[in-house]
Design a binder for this molecule. Sequence first.
Ligand SMILES: O=[N+]([O-])c1ccc(O[C@@H]2O[C@@H](CO)[C@H](O)[C@H]2O)cc1
Length: 505
Amino acid sequence: MPQRATVLLHPDFRVGQIDRRLFGSFVEHLGRAVYTGIYEPGHETADEHGFRRDVADLTRELGATIVRYPGGNFVSNYVWEDGVGPVEDRRPFIDLAWRTIEPNTIGTDEFLQWAEREGIEPMMAVNLGTRGVAAAAALVEYCNGEAGSRWADLRIANGREKPYGVKLWCLGNEMDGPWQIGHKDADEYGKLAAEAGKAMRLVDQSIELVVCGSSSMAMDTFGAWEQTVLEHTWDVVDHVSMHAYYEEMDGDRASFLGSGTSMDRFIRRVVASADAVAARRRSDKVVTLSFDEWNVWYLQSRFPGEKNLPLQRDAPRIIEDVYSALDAVVVGDLLVTLLNHADRIPVACLAQLVNVIAPIMTEPGGPAWRQPTFHPFATTARLARGTALDLRVSAPTMSTTAHGDVPLVTAAATLDGDDVAVFLVNRSAEPAEVELSHPGVTLTLGRGVQVTADHEPAVAGPEHAAAVADRHVSEVDGPASATGSTVLTLAPESWTALPGTLTRA
Ligand SMILES: O=[N+]([O-])c1ccc(O[C@@H]2O[C@@H](CO)[C@H](O)[C@H]2O)cc1
């Protein structure tokens, strides 16, 4: 017997407008994300600046709208001034976050010019671990200042006349995490972030600021951290950050498939924390969420921990997770969760873009390819446009060890004029029959994309990734056009995206 769920869809019930920055990604100076990732002079596809064309083309196909840079943990010991100016004068340093010799060949200008050439909006982070207010304000001036002041003139002397106009800025990274270089408690960090943010805004009033929330919902300080930090920074910041990584642990497939429910609860709790601060302050300001690190990452089961990394150089292979079709279904489900909170999440970044827990992989001097997780992201970024609809899903639940009861079917839908896109996940090991109920509306769903899971362990390399895509990523045709109600059958453990049109009958 298939599982049965109903999804009520009406064009007048809306979550909110989707900000295109919801489909962001992340490039950190970590492992091979930069060196032999986006950048590899001498590669057969390298452009005149040394950036790999094959990776840039896949980034475009992925649909990444913004890219966060340069970290991540890396930023908390980064001296940005060492990464600008003539390359031959730049000196390497020991990046303490990942215990890697950073050559400083790529820095702010190279990254920002790459992003500009590729039509990607940059999201920059400042170092609030080992540095503070002055260095942060100077970096904003370097990036966004007009000629006639010290740091803007340095940028011009370095060959870039026009300000970059970087809008989005992170006030440090994961400052609640004991692993962070320059880790702080919530009061210390909140005061520093408020002063740094104030100074950065005095340089450029048009910027948007992201204050660090918790590095995961599992942190002991989660909740209290957000409230304390927002009390200090309320008048300065626009967004509070969220980070979350999901993985299958000890073969607990059901909990892993329920990750989207955990993400949903995390979002609701951070919204509640931000709104509690607004209530205490009797403030009408709405602080929104920047979910600027999310993905599947086998962090607890496969990563030895930063402290246990040997000191390395020359772009070592660090956290190059290899993904399965199951991971891709979960990534699709996480995207469904993000869409359902589009009113409160204008910014999100799949962590990361290339080689490091990434949808895109490369070999030095070799090919670039798509991991299975590439497909649900690219399809969602392409199809999810306009407004997220407020669906009402009634589905049976399954019990999980990690999250208690979770719905067996999840769904999101978007509407842009008459163009609709429906995203459906079946977390069950059985097929699921979904009745889409759309009273007074004719729904015509066309050819879309389906991802199905399997039980095969992930195997590294482009051939395997292509074979997984061949078997598990397929085109599917939508059901016949119907008024009032449409019934679909979802494959077991699958993610489906169907584009179409919607007209009022
Ligand atoms: O839960 N943890 O143990 C944990 C440890 C490290 C961690 O780092 C975050 O993830 C790294 C990779 O994207 C980024 O550089 C950093 O911001 C995020 C979470």
